[in-house]
Design a protein around this ligand. Structure first.
Ligand SMILES: [Cu+2]
Length: 125
């Protein structure tokens, strides 16, 4: 029961963060997002789990690995945009790409595919 409540709270927080992330567009056509890898009740996840951008935007992800347990590196990959970055603990990385197609795209750890996946939502406009 406690775990279920925790998952619900985590999900709601992820949604809130995802919508918060949509608001602060930077320069015209650019969007900066932050993704943090954490261990939540034994699961490694990128949080927030869902990110929302608009088609055509230049997207800049700043990536932080805050997991204290080994391994000390986790992957951040979005296959459809040729994103594949190894992110070491406490060594932030940045990746940029143009969201040139709309849809829902999986974000995953290419180093440990069992880790929970997130998603990038690219709105048509
Ligand atoms: Cu991983």
């Amino acid at each position: 029961m406690k775990t279920t409540a925790g998952i619900v709270v985590g999900f709601v927080l992820s949604l809130m963060l995802a919508f918060a992330m949509l608001a602060p567009a930077g320069a015209q056509g650019e969007r900066e997002l932050h993704a943090v890898n954490i261990n939540y009740e034994g699961n490694n996840v990128w949080t927030p789990g869902t990110y929302v951008v608009r088609k055509g935007e230049k997207v800049r992800f700043k990536l932080f690995n805050r997991v204290k347990a080994d391994p000390n590196v986790h992957g951040f990959a979005i296959d459809e945009f040729n994103v594949k970055v190894d992110v070491y603990r406490d060594k932030p990385e940045t990746v940029e790409f143009t969201a040139d197609k709309a849809g829902i795209f999986r974000i995953w750890c290419h180093l440990h595919p069992a880790h929970l996946a997130g998603q990038l939502v690219v709105l048509e406009k």
